[in-house]
Design a protein around this ligand. Structure first.
Ligand code: MLT
Length: 317
């Protein structure tokens, strides 16, 4: 029997066409564009392929009477109630590694945006100005870079940055060894050290109970006045109000956020009003390359699960 599959938050078009033409699956193309259609069609769906927009919470799951598999086309599964899925016998999987390079590159792009003030320079140019003096920046070379979370993405960030000959500090209670192949890299035992010592701080931990609100005013107060802060991991790890306070008081130089406690961000929030804060709409995994790899992996996992009874990349509650 064909399996009903909903691709909820978009997918690479070549992979989506392959999925559409596979007779084993009955795919609803409209679901890509509307959460209303997702909710309606999910009632008898066998599988969902989601990114970060669809929230597979208790209320959603209760409406699905036939669901067997949720594939998170990406890394973080914090938008899925995995405990409730387990209770209902629904399997959860993700596509580990497929978009890590894009996530790491986006964090680095945000670092450069802050260091060289390109976002602000662009806004100024668009108003017709040529304000060269206002946008004197700083180099990346030889800076101390603090990485919070040294899993796959944190390590990729380090690897990509070694050409800038930085001192790299990382904090991760679960990682003791790595293969970056660079001498000037050191694990710190206390998160405080990252904030005290670094010129550039970037966050790469998942959102789990232990990392909720992990970074708050205590840590911002330790930062050097010229230091910059980037979070392209998950909202909820960083206390947004405390970050705003530090930015408003200029006790740190600038920050960039790609992820937020509540996504999508509403049209007007107090985050929009802060001059030294750059915002992007959860773009970490949003490249053609990442979306192709993620889609390819998700498609393979769908086939393995429904045709070969083989669950790949399971994420347990
Ligand atoms: C992820 O968890 O994979 C990233 O946040 C990227 C995304 O889903 O867009």
């Amino acid at each position: 029997m064909t399996k009903k599959v909903l691709v909820c938050d978009g997918m690479d078009s070549a992979i989506f066409s392959k999925l559409l033409s596979n007779e084993e699956f009955n795919v609803y193309p409209e679901a890509k564009n509307s959460q209303e259609i997702v909710k309606k069609e999910a009632q008898d769906a066998d599988a969902l392929v989601i990114r970060s927009s669809t929230k597979v919470n208790k209320e959603f799951i209760d409406k699905c009477s036939n669901l067997k598999l949720v594939i998170r086309a990406g890394e973080g599964t914090d938008n899925i109630d995995k405990t409730y899925c387990k209770e209902k016998g629904i399997k959860v999987a993700n596509t580990p590694g497929a978009n890590n390079n894009s996530a790491a590159e986006h964090a680095i792009a945000l670092m450069f945006t802050l260091l060289r003030k390109t976002a602000w320079a662009n806004s100024s140019m668009q108003t017709g100005k040529w304000d060269k003096a206002r946008f004197t920046g700083n180099e990346m070379t030889n800076k101390t870079i603090g990485i919070v979370g040294f899993g796959r993405i944190g390590q990729l960030v380090a690897k990509r940055l070694v050409g800038f000959e930085p001192e790299i500090l990382f904090y991760d209670p679960f990682i003791s060894s790595h293969s970056i192949g660079y001498n000037n890299i050191k694990k710190v035992e206390k998160l405080e050290k990252i904030f005290e010592k670094s010129d550039i701080i970037t966050v790469h931990v998942p959102l789990v109970d232990q990392t909720k609100n992990l970074i708050d005013k205590k840590f911002f107060s330790l930062m050097k006045k010229h230091a910059i802060f980037v979070n392209a991991a998950r909202g909820g790890i960083v206390n947004e109000e405390d970050l705003l306070e530090a930015l408003k008081l200029n006790s740190i130089r600038a920050a960039a956020l790609d992820v937020f406690l509540n996504e999508p961000l509403k049209e007007k929030t107090n985050l929009h009003e802060i001059e030294n804060l750059v915002l992007t709409p959860h773009l970490g995994g949003s490249t053609q390359e990442a979306q192709f790899r993620v889609g390819e992996m998700a498609y393979h996992q769908l086939k393995e699960f429904f045709i070969n009874d083989n669950l790949l990349n399971e994420v347990r509650a």
